[in-house]
Design a protein around this ligand. Structure first.
Ligand code: HEM
Length: 130
C-alpha cells in the first residue's frame, strides 16, 4: 500500500463524498428526479417529502459510514405496504438509475459512485420484501 493509500484507507465513504453538505445536496437532487419519474412517483403520492428527505439524509449518512442519527424504520418494515401495492425490481432499478444520475450530475468520482451504489443495492431484498 502506498502512503497515500494508507492515509485514506480508514476514511469513510461519507467523508470521501464530501460529508454532510454533499449528502444533503445529493438527496435533494435525487428526490427531485424521483418525483419527476413517472415509473415510481406514484409511490410517493401521500408522502410528506420534507420528512422523507430528512430521513433519507440520515439514512445515507449512516449507511456511508457517517454519524448515526437515523431514527426511522428498518427497510423491510418501511416498504412493506408498497410491496402490497406492487413494488418490484423494476421500481428498484428505476430508483437506482436516479441515484446514479444524481451522483454523476454532482461530479462524484466513479469509484465513489460504485461504492455508494453497492450500499444502496444491499437493501434491495429488504425493500422488496424478498
Ligand atoms: C436504495 C433503496 C432505498 C432506500 C435506501 C430507501 C430508504 C427509505 C427510508 C430511509 C425511508 C424512511 C423510512 C421511515 O419512514 O422511517 C423510506 C420510505 C419510503 N420509501 Fe424508500 N428506500 C429505497 C427504495 C425505495 C423504492 C424502490 C421505493 C419506491 C419506488 C421507495 C419508496 C418509499 C416510500 C414511498 C417511502 C415512505 C414515505 C412516507 O413515509 O410516506 N423506496 N425509504
Amino acid at each position: 500500500m502506498s502512503e497515500t493509500e494508507e492515509a485514506t484507507a480508514n476514511v469513510t465513504l461519507f467523508e470521501k463524498i464530501g460529508g454532510e453538505a454533499a449528502v444533503s445536496a445529493a438527496v435533494d437532487v435525487f428526490y427531485r428526479k424521483v418525483l419527476e419519474d413517472y415509473r415510481i412517483n406514484r409511490f410517493f403520492g401521500n408522502s410528506d417529502m420534507d420528512k422523507q428527505i430528512a430521513k433519507q439524509k440520515a439514512f445515507f449518512t449512516m449507511a456511508f459510514g457517517g454519524p448515526n442519527n437515523y431514527t426511522g424504520t428498518d427497510m423491510r418494515t418501511a416498504h412493506a405496504r408498497f410491496v402490497t401495492m406492487g413494488l418490484n425490481d423494476s421500481h428498484f432499478d428505476a430508483v437506482m438509475e436516479n441515484f446514479d444520475a444524481t451522483l454523476k450530475e454532482l461530479n462524484v468520482p466513479a469509484d465513489l459512485i460504485a461504492e455508494a451504489t453497492a450500499i444502496a443495492e444491499s437493501v434491495r431484498a429488504d425493500v422488496l420484501g424478498q
